[in-house]
Ligand binder design. Structure first.
Ligand SMILES: Cc1cc2nc3c(=O)[nH]c(=O)nc-3n(C[C@H](O)[C@H](O)[C@H](O)COP(=O)(O)OP(=O)(O)OC[C@H]3O[C@@H](n4cnc5c(N)ncnc54)[C@H](O)[C@@H]3O)c2cc1C
Length: 375
C-alpha cells in the first residue's frame, strides 16, 4: 500500500472521469455504489459509447454489427452520476477544473484520465486513408469495402504488420471473399517480420495464413507518404492503392497533458507512479493507453487498461478519504487472440501459440461476455 496526504474536498467529493475507456469501466459500473458512499461522479466523453477494440476487426469482416461492438458508458454513469458530452482540452490544476473544447469548465476534487490513443494524424487529411483508431473506423472500412464500385477489384493497403494490421488484413480478405468481390490486399511492415515481439511460430502461422488467402506481404518497407492513390516508400518505391488502413504510430491521446504542463513520458502519456497517480499532482490519476506508467510505455492493449480498473476505483476513493493507495502491477503475460475472420483465430500467450476454431471460439466467448458484463 502507498500513502499520500488527504485531499481536501467539499461535503460530496467530486470524482471526474475524463474519457470512458476500458480502465474506467470498473468504476463506471459501480457509480451507484459511489453515489451511496457520498461521492459525486461525472463522466466526460466525446461519445455516449465506447467502441470495443476486441471485436472491431469482426466489424470489418461483418461478423459483428457496430451496435454489438459498443458499450453505453453514458447509461453506466447515469446510474447515479452524470454524463457530460464533450472533449477535454486542458486541466486547470490551480482551479481544480477541466476545460472542455467548447469552453465549459468541469470542477473536480479528483480526476482520472482514460483518453485512449490515436494513430499519427498526418495522413488523416486523405479521405482514402483510414487510421485504425478511433475503433469506430472499423465500421467505415466495412462500408467502404462492401460498397466498393470502382474500376476492378479494390486495392487495399494495410500499413503496419503488428496484431492490429494483421487482423485488419485477415478480416478485409474474409469480407471481400464472402461478398465475392475479389480484391488485392497488401500488408506493409517497416520491420523485418510480422507480429514483431510475438513468438516466431505466430509469425509463421499468420504469414502462411495471409499469403494463402492471396495477400501480398512486404517487410522492411516503410511507407512515408500517401497521395491520390499512390504511397511512397522510404527506398523510393511506390505502391498504388484505392484505400489505406493505417495501423502504425499509435500514440497516447495526450494533448490535454502537455497543454496543462503535466509531466508526460516518451510516448506522450500522462506520467503516473505505481498508484496510477500523476507524479506532479496528487489529485490527478490515469489509466489505459493515455498513461506512461512510471515513465515507461506499457503495451497499448485493452487487457492492461482493464486490469488497472480496480486500482483506479480504489485509489480515487482512498485519496479523498486519506487512506492508503493500492499499487498497480502490470501483468507479465497476457492472452492475445487474433480474429482471422473465417471462424478461426490465432492465440498467443507468452511463448504458447495455437490457431484454429477453438482459438476463435474462445475469443468470441471472452469478448461477448465482456460486452454483456458492461451492458
Ligand atoms: C484494430 C485493433 C484491435 C485491437 N484488439 C485488441 C485486443 O483484441 N485486445 C486488447 O487487449 N487490445 C486490443 N487493441 C488495443 C486497444 O484498442 C487499446 O489498448 C484500448 O482501447 C485502450 O483502452 P483505453 O481505455 O486506454 O482507451 P479507449 O478504449 O480508446 O477509450 C478512450 C475513451 O476516451 C474518449 N476520449 C478520447 N479523447 C477524449 C477527450 N479529449 N475528451 C473526452 N473523451 C475523450 C474516447 O471517446 C473513448 O471513449 C486493439 C486495437 C486496435 C486498433
Amino acid at each position: 500500500m502507498l500513502s499520500g496526504p488527504k485531499i481536501r474536498s467539499g461535503p460530496r467529493p467530486r470524482i471526474v472521469l475524463a474519457g470512458g475507456g476500458h480502465a474506467h469501466l470498473h468504476t463506471l459500473r459501480r457509480t451507484a455504489e459511489l453515489t451511496r458512499r457520498g461521492f459525486d461522479v461525472t463522466l466526460i466523453d466525446t461519445s455516449p459509447y465506447l467502441y470495443y477494440s476486441g471485436m472491431a476487426t469482426g466489424v470489418v469482416s461483418g461478423v459483428y454489427t457496430p451496435e454489438e461492438d459498443r458499450i453505453n458508458v453514458r447509461r453506466l454513469v447515469e446510474n447515479g452520476g452524470s454524463f457530460v458530452e464533450g472533449r477535454v482540452r486542458k486541466v486547470r490544476a490551480e482551479d481544480r477544473a477541466l476545460v472542455l473544447e467548447d469552453g465549459r469548465h468541469v470542477p473536480y476534487d479528483v480526476v482520472s484520465f482514460n483518453l485512449g490513443s490515436t494513430t499519427s494524424p498526418e495522413a488523416a487529411a486523405d479521405n482514402d486513408v483510414l487510421p485504425v483508431k478511433p475503433v469506430e473506423n472499423a465500421a467505415k472500412l466495412n462500408r467502404r469495402l462492401s460498397t466498393w464500385d470502382g474500376n476492378g477489384p479494390v486495392k487495399l493497403l494495410v500499413v503496419g504488420g503488428g496484431a492490429a494490421g494483421c487482423e485488419v488484413a485477415a478480416n478485409a480478405l474474409a469480407l471481400l471473399e464472402r461478398r465475392g468481390k475479389g480484391g488485392e490486399v497488401t500488408l506493409v511492415e517497416r520491420g523485418g517480420r510480422l507480429l514483431g515481439g510475438s513468438p516466431e511460430r505466430a509469425r509463421r502461422i499468420i504469414e502462411a495464413y495471409l499469403e494463402g488467402r492471396g495477400a501480398h506481404i512486404l517487410t522492411d518497407a516503410e511507407v512515408v507518404s500517401y497521395d491520390s492513390g499512390r504511397a511512397r516508400t522510404a527506398d523510393g518505391g511506390s505502391l498504388s492503392y484505392d484505400l489505406v488502413v493505417l495501423a502504425v504510430g499509435i500514440e497516447a491521446n495526450g494533448d490535454a497533458f502537455g497543454a496543462s504542463g503535466l509531466p508526460v513520458g516518451p510516448c506522450g502519456g500522462l506520467w503516473v507512479d505505481r498508484a496510477l497517480r500523476s507524479v506532479a499532482d496528487g489529485r490527478i490519476f490515469g489509466g489505459g493507453d493515455a498513461i506512461s506508467y512510471r515513465g515507461m510505455g506499457l503495451p497499448k492493449l485493452g487487457v492492461f487498461a482493464i486490469r488497472q480498473g480496480p486500482v483506479l476505483y480504489h485509489n480515487l476513493q482512498a485519496v479523498l478519504r486519506g487512506e492508503p493507495l493500492r499499487a498497480y502491477e502490470p501483468q507479465k503475460r497476457f492472452l492475445y487472440v487474433l480474429n482471422l475472420g473465417d471462424g478461426t483465430g490465432l492465440a498467443v500467450y507468452g511463448p504458447l501459440v495455437w490457431s484454429g476454431r477453438l482459438a476463435w471460439r474462445l475469443k468470441d466467448y471472452i469478448d461477448r461476455r465482456f460486452i454483456a458484463e458492461n451492458d
